[in-house]
Structures are given as C-alpha cells and as structure tokens.
Design a protein around this ligand. Structure first.
Ligand SMILES: [Zn+2]
Length: 529
C-alpha cells in the first residue's frame, strides 16, 4: 500500500523552501588550491540545476559564485612540491602562477582552469573573487561587525564545535606586513580602526610565521575573515537565500552549523536553507584536490560530452552517495541510462527521469531528443573498418538522420573511440582478423560453420540473420537442455572471425564483413560432417 504521499522531484522540493515574494540568491564557491577532481563539479551542477528549477517556477533568482582566493595555502601535498614550501600560509592569490599564460597567480591559475569548464557545461553564474571584495572595502562593514562581536563568536565556536579560541582572539587573519603570510597571524585587540597581530612561528602546523608584531587596519584587503565568519559575510553581502553544500561541511558541529549560529546571533539573520549532497567517491575513496585522488575534472570534461557530465551528477539523488570510476563499463552503462532518460522525456516530460534529462542539457530549454544509436553498437562499428556509421545509423533508423541526430552520432563515435582507447575492458575490444586464426573447434562447431554458409549473401537484415543463426544452431544440435542455442554456436563464429570466443551481435558481425570473405573463412573452418 502506498502511503498516499508521492515525493516530488528533489529539485522541485527545494522550491517549497523559498518565499515567492522576494528576490533569491543561490550561492556556490570554490577555494582554488589545486587541480579540481571531477567530484568538484557535483556542487556547481546541482546548484545550477536548482537555479534553473527556481527560475522555471517563476522565482526571481540570481546565481552567485565566489572564488575564495584569499584563503591561505594550507595543503600538505602542495608543501611537498618543488618551490612551494616558502609559500605555505600565504593567500592563494599572492603565490606565483604555475603558468602565467593561464593565470596571473596560483589562485587565478587553478580558478581559471576550473571555471573555464562552466560555460561548456551550461553553468553561468556571476563570478566574484574574494580578493576583489576585500580590497575594494565591500566587506568592511561585515569585518567591523564580526570584530565587534568577537566574544559572542568565540562562545559559538565553544558551544557548537567545542573549539576553544584564546581569550581576546579575533576571527580575522591579517596579512603579515613582513612575510606576506595570512595563515600564521593571530589578531587581537580591535579598537574600531586597527587590530594588534603577531605572525607566530608555531601557530599552525603547515606554515611557519616570521615573528612580526604590530598593529594594522583590518580593512581594504589587509585581512580576511576566518572561514565561518567569511561565510556569513558572503551570505550577508550577497543576500544569499539558498546554498547547497557537500556533506563534509554540514555535519553536526561542522562548519555550516557554526556559520548558521553566528549568522543568527551576530548578523541577526536567518541562514539560507540548502540541501547537503552526499560524498562522491572514486574507487571507494573520497576525492580531494589536495590529495590528488580521482580523475581531474578537466580530463573527464575534455572527453565526456557536457550533457553526460551533468547527467552523471544529477541522475543520483544529491542525498545519495555517488561512486564513480571511469574504467570498464561505466561509460556504456551511463550512456544507456542517459538514453532511457531521453526516452522518458519524449514520453512524458513531467516524470523524474525526464526532468533529470532536461536538467542535464546544456540549454535550459532543449529540443526534444531524436534518434540515437546505442553506445555499445557505436563502439562495435568503430572496430570494423568496412562499416560506414552514418549509413548504418540511417539503416537502423529507417530514415535519414536529422542534423541534430547526425551530430549526436558523431559525438558518440568520438566518445566511443576515447572509451576503447582508455577504459574499455578486453571483452569489448575486437578486430576482424585478416587471416584464418589457428583456433580449436569441436566437430559440432565445424558443422555449424559449414551450415551457416548458406545464409551468406541471402539474408541481408541483421535481426533476420540473428534469427537464422539460432535456427541453424538448433538444426545442427548445438542446443542447451531447454532447447535454446548453446553458447558454442556463436562462439564458433567469434573464434572464426575474431580469434576469441566473445564479440558483438553475431548476425550483425557477419553482415558487416564482405560476403566473399565470410564464405572463404567458413570454407576454411567448416566441415560438412
Ligand atoms: Zn610574518
């Protein structure tokens, strides 16, 4: 019995959290501290899907994306890289670029590489860099508010997360005037205009301060708010009303809960709601830019078409764990699922699967999907030189391909080529052998190969050929106990032409090779009795 409550599509459910009478701001962010693994796209794609859904429900909504480039370099793995040790603890935007032709500094380099993927994926937020917000003084009001309420904030950290900051601690990090580090400074004693600070040698494990002491204004880019307080300042500055996030930040006593509490107590505002997405793992491990686990986003996006990257992130409910490993049959299975979603969209665009398909398209208002050739079939076609994929696809469709269908086919051919080169398991690869291979066949198998010669040049339809191959198998006695043809029958065909016992659909394989060549091979290996 059904409980009577049908859960709405996850993105539609989030709409209910928002007051239709006001302007809404969805926010997402990235700290550009290294190459971003593919898991780093789950957040932006979910945020974009929500942004599109909110708009489609008639809400007035903006999508803001901040590049948190004033954060200190604190990654242990970076410390071990050549030339990096001296930059530990500096703001990411004040560390030299690995390649100035890509980005002006370390943060700009990594942010540029990551954010460059967005447009192609149909993600088009407003971008804001934290360095610009701090240096322009746009966050000075929030910095002053936080500093005046430092003791309240200290209590929140103690209460929510059991973190005990020393008395007099200020939730702000000053950039040391001597060594340029921001992660090593402790600030105290705000007098309304300046703070006292010390660049401490042993303040953090990942960087060593220079010992400088002094007073400085915390405004106009001289300092940044610490993580939780910066988060509140961003919500306040942009009037954020919705923000989803990864589960690691959202656990009890975690970063999000602390920020929520500070926002309520100090900023006197209600924090934005937002769902938390589950972990995205690679071979069972959590991906992290700092640890170098998992495929880099840049690499996967360079191979997978954008709608498939979006589909990968959206087909799994955000609250469910997503495990991804591009190797093996992952790609053919993903494309098959994508095709099922496209079929669902053609049938009824209001089903969950259909909505997932629509949100996976680069355009928010996509054209309906057309005829598609199954990915595995495309991969098989690629492995037979005599096959002309366009002609074969038209045969399969029974009509000419539209421009969109042709372009879809070309995309699939390219994807299948990449898959065969990088990820396909051995059983998916084959090659029609020029010469008769030295294979061992049973007497029945040889009789079978002799018998099917009669079909060559007479049957021209792949499905019909497949049927006839079954019938002949029965006639020569290659049947299982239940009367269906035994594996040995088709294995004989694969062994004869591919030199291995498995392959693509046999009927199709035989039709894809010139009849004269097929007959010669069957003569070589077949026996009348
Ligand atoms: Zn210093």
């Amino acid at each position: 019995m059904s409980s009577g409550h049908e859960a709405a599509f996850w993105a539609d459910e989030e709409v209910r959290l928002l007051d239709p009478g006001r302007t809404h701001v969805v926010r997402d962010s990235k700290t550009p501290s290294g190459p971003v693994p593919i898991s780093g796209l789950r957040g932006p794609i979910i945020s974009d899907a929500l942004f599109r859904t909110f708009k489609a429900h008639g809400l007035d909504v903006r999508f803001v994306y901040t590049i948190d480039d004033y954060d200190p370099m604190d990654s242990q793995s970076m410390k071990e890289r050549a030339g990096m040790a001296e930059h530990m603890g500096k703001p990411l935007c004040m560390i030299p670029s690995p390649d100035p032709s890509v980005g002006t500094d370390f943060a700009d380099y990594h942010a540029t590489r990551f954010v460059a993927l967005f447009a192609g994926l149909g993600i088009t937020p407003e971008f804001h860099r934290m360095r610009d917000l701090y240096r322009s003084g746009e966050l000075d009001r929030q910095i002053d508010l936080v500093l005046r309420n430092a003791e309240t904030i200290r209590q929140v950290h103690k209460r929510i997360a059991n973190v005990d900051h020393p008395k007099g601690w200020l939730p702000v990090a000053v950039i040391c005037e001597n060594c340029g580090r921001i992660g090593t400074t402790l600030a105290t004693d705000y007098d309304g205009k300046t703070v006292a600070y010390e660049c401490k040698r042993d303040y953090v494990e990942w960087a060593e301060g220079c010992g400088r002491k002094g007073r400085i204004s915390p405004f106009k880019g001289n300092a940044k708010l610490l993580w939780n307080e910066q988060w509140c300042a961003q919500w306040d500055h942009f009037n954020v009303t919705y923000e989803e996030g990864g589960k690691d930040l959202l656990t009890a006593g975690g970063s999000r809960e602390r920020s929520n509490e500070i926002y309520r107590e100090v900023f006197k505002k209600e924090p934005p709601p937002g769902l938390q997405h589950e972990f995205f793992t690679f071979g069972g491990k959590k991906m992290a830019s700092s640890k170098g686990i998992g495929a880099e986003a840049l690499e996967i996006v360079g191979i997978y078409p954008p709608e498939l990257v979006r589909f990968l992130m959206l087909r799994t409910h955000p609250k469910r764990h997503l495990e991804f490993d591009p190797a093996g049959l992952t790609l053919p299975r993903l494309v098959d699922e994508y095709d099922r979603a496209a079929d669902a969209y053609r049938e009824d665009p209001e089903t969950d699967l259909a909505k997932t398909w629509r949100l996976s398209q680069v355009s928010p208002t996509p054209a309906a999907p057309g005829f598609r050739v199954r990915f595995t079939t495309v991969a098989n076609w690629l492995q037979i030189p005599s096959i002309k994929p366009e002609a074969e696809a038209e045969k399969e469709k029974g009509a000419r391909l539209t421009d969109a269908e042709l372009s879809d086919l070309h995309g699939r051919l390219e994807l299948a080529r990449a898959w065969l080169q990088r990820w396909a398991p051995d059983e998916a690869r084959f090659e029609v052998l020029d010469k008769t291979p030295p294979v061992e066949l049973t007497r029945e198998q040889r009789r079978y190969l002799f018998a099917i010669k009669a079909l060559v040049g007479k049957v021209h339809d792949a499905a019909e050929m497949q049927n006839q191959l079954y019938e002949v198998a029965k006639n020569v006695g290659l049947v299982k106990a239940d009367g269906t043809p035994s594996q040995d029958a088709f294995a004989a065909i694969y062994l004869a032409f591919l030199g291995k016992p498995k392959g693509p659909r046999a009927g199709w394989l035989l039709l894809s090779i010139e009849p004269e060549r097929v007959r010669r091979r069957l003569d070589d290996l077949g026996r009348a009795a």
